[in-house]
Design a protein around this ligand. Structure first.
Ligand SMILES: [Fe+2]
Ligand SMILES: [Fe+2]
Length: 248
């Protein structure tokens, strides 16, 4: 039994692709087929696969139908977390999604899932992405402060969601945690954030995140060992569509 993770499938079986990188980067060519083949090679039906947001370009459930069929056909137990492009998923209506799609698809938000003696906690997260203003040497000399203020509110909302989920898992006796964020845990100017602090408060073993696409973005945040826990970027193009094993 193993736990795997990957993010950003950005499926488009029902609608058009909406990203330039996905249209033209060779890494994205036939990525659905590549990913399916890797999953069949490594994941068994006893395993769990966490899909860390940005599942589909569809704007509503009807437009996502074929993408969900694809996800259903992947091996293992499937847990989906929210990404910024998942327009079909209103966080407040997660219960309805689960009523409709469980047990094949499990939508995780404001709750926790169990893997062995671990509680799996997830939310979209948020990281300020600029715009940043650079000098001629490419150094950051400023940023859009209005957008930064808005970002702070989104970060706070996501943090509150996490506290609620961690406390629910703790109240049920769980002491070991894996945290899944869609956005990176820090923005490019930060070395710590409310998300790294939450990871430390609850002694999270691993923090898994996605969202960063393309060489220029892969190193936007923390990767590897940091303050006693391990951080992993699992966006699909970063992993070249091979799901990452998180736990045995
Ligand atoms: Fe994405
Ligand atoms: Fe994203």
């Amino acid at each position: 039994m193993s736990l795997y993770a990957i993010g950003d499938l950005h499926l488009h079986f029902g609608v058009k692709i909406k990203s330039q990188i996905q249209l033209y980067d060779p890494l994205w060519k036939d990525h659905e087929e590549k990913f399916m083949n890797y999953c069949k090679e490594v994941i068994s039906d006893e395993d769990t696969l966490v899909l860390v947001g940005d599942h589909s370009w569809g704007k509503n459930l009807e437009e996502c139908e074929k993408d969900f069929d694809y996800i259903r056909s992947l091996p293992g137990r499937k847990i989906l977390t929210r990404g910024n492009h998942d327009m079909f998923w209103d966080a407040k209506k997660t219960k309805k999604l689960n009523e409709r799609f469980q047990p094949e698809l499990n939508f995780l938000q404001d709750a926790y899932e169990v893997y062995g003696d671990y509680a799996l906690i997830a939310t979209k997260g948020y990281a300020f992405e600029g715009p940043y203003y650079l000098n001629c040497k490419g150094e950051i000399i400023g940023w859009d402060e209005e957008k930064e203020e808005h970002a702070k509110k989104l970060v706070e909302r996501e943090a509150q969601r996490l506290y609620k989920s961690f406390e629910a898992a703790k109240a049920d006796g769980y002491e070991k945690f894996i945290l899944f964020l869609h956005y990176p845990p820090t923005n490019i100017m930060e070395s710590d954030s409310v998300f790294t602090q939450i990871a430390e408060t609850y002694d999270v073993k691993q923090v898994i995140y996605a969202h960063c696409h393309g060489q220029r973005r892969f190193h936007d945040s923390i990767e590897g060992k940091y303050n006693g826990r391990t951080y992993h970027l699992v966006s699909g193009d970063y992993l070249k569509w091979i799901p990452m094993k998180i736990l045995d």
